[in-house]
Design a protein around this ligand. Structure first.
Ligand SMILES: [Zn+2]
Ligand SMILES: [Zn+2]
Ligand SMILES: [Zn+2]
Length: 339
């Protein structure tokens, strides 16, 4: 059973994934397994994954057999486990709990080499529809406080399998990074009575110098204080704290914004490895001292981080990032890239 341990100084939870049980000799440099042979995510190899939780598939096809567009399966090597109770407890001055959570894999396509930007808008919309369905379903589990969807593209971004996939992890605590955003948005709202993300959206539309792409429902831009070169944020124009409240026509707009942005990054930076995350609001079961103005002050979004630089000592020691590319120049470059 994995375990969650809380750092008593900064209040950050860490997952100690006991069952992976790595010893020093197990930490070899990552090698991506890029071969189609025996790829568990390719069509026809459905039996190589745990049984599917959800799929968008041809109505005439059977679960766990070919005929699907998107499949969601439990992670074979989960960081957190779905079964069991949390058993929160103190050990001396420390806090720990069982590593309860959900860890799912969203297989984006039956085709081994079809990268995200190679989908049609409608095809990509199916991937995001799968995200939406899974987040909505997991929100019913009262043990979970946060559900993060993320993608690691390429070996140095953390991917171990080349077949296009994203992941979802539901955690029984609100992660520290998310809490920082929630607290920042809440403070801004208290002071100005406005959503900080809505204000950023309007300011970026007004200044125009960091815009990468815009459609009816979404704005894609390089953040003013980007941490990484060519970092991009995608913001929905309609204020909503919850990703899973996205409407059908907005999913198409979202697919278009993601596809164009990723294609521009791929073209400008020669298929960089990257991570993206979807930041949505935490699960809002009423709890003591919980967020009260979140419906007004938080706004879901995507952060895309190409892996062009390495986080090093100064960043680890300070939380400061040194970004060698001016965000306005990155945006201009991306905006002009024809895709
Ligand atoms: Zn494959
Ligand atoms: Zn907003
Ligand atoms: Zn965020």
């Amino acid at each position: 059973m994995p375990e969650l341990r809380k750092d008593p100084i900064v209040g950050r939870w860490v997952i100690i994934a006991t069952e992976r049980g790595k010893r020093p000799s197990d930490f070899k440099p990552d090698v991506e397994d890029n071969t189609k042979d025996g790829c568990p995510f390719c069509e026809g190899n459905e039996s190589k994954t745990p049984p599917e939780i959800f799929a968008i598939r041809n109505p005439n096809s059977q679960a766990n057999s070919p005929g699907w567009d998107v499949r969601v399966v439990p992670n074979k090597f989960p960081a957190l486990r779905i079964e069991g109770e949390m058993e929160k407890m103190g050990v001396g001055i420390y806090d720990r709990m069982n590593g309860i959570g959900a860890h799912e894999v969203i297989i984006e396509t039956p085709e081994h080499d079809k990268k995200m930007e190679m989908h049609s808008i409608e095809g990509l919309a199916k991937v995001f529809e799968a995200y939406r369905v899974r987040v909505k379903d997991l929100e019913n589990d009262q043990r979970f406080r946060y559900i993060l969807i993320f993608k690691n593209e390429g070996v140095s971004s953390g991917a171990t399998l080349a077949h296009p996939h994203s992941q979802l992890i539901a955690t029984p605590v609100t992660p520290k990074r998310v809490k920082e955003e929630l607290e920042g948005s809440q403070q801004y709202y208290e002071y100005k009575d406005r959503c900080v993300f809505c204000d950023v959206l309007k300011e970026e539309q007004r200044q125009k110098v960091r815009v990468v792409y815009e459609n009816e429902h979404f704005l894609s831009f390089c953040p003013f204080a980007s941490r990484f070169p060519f970092e991009v944020m995608i913001l929905p124009k309609r204020h909503d704290p919850d990703f899973h409240a996205i409407m059908p026509n907005e999913i198409l707009g979202f697919s278009d914004a993601m596809r164009v942005t990723l294609a521009k990054l791929a073209k400008s930076l020669n298929n960089p490895q990257y991570n993206y995350i979807i930041h949505t609001s935490p699960v809002r079961w009423k709890r003591r001292g919980y967020w009260t103005t979140i419906d007004q002050d938080y706004h879901w979004h995507v952060e895309i981080m190409p892996r062009l630089t390495k986080v090093a000592g100064f960043e680890w020691g300070t939380g400061f990032y040194i970004n060698p590319t001016i965000p306005e120049e990155a945006a201009k470059y991306l905006q002009e890239a024809e895709v």
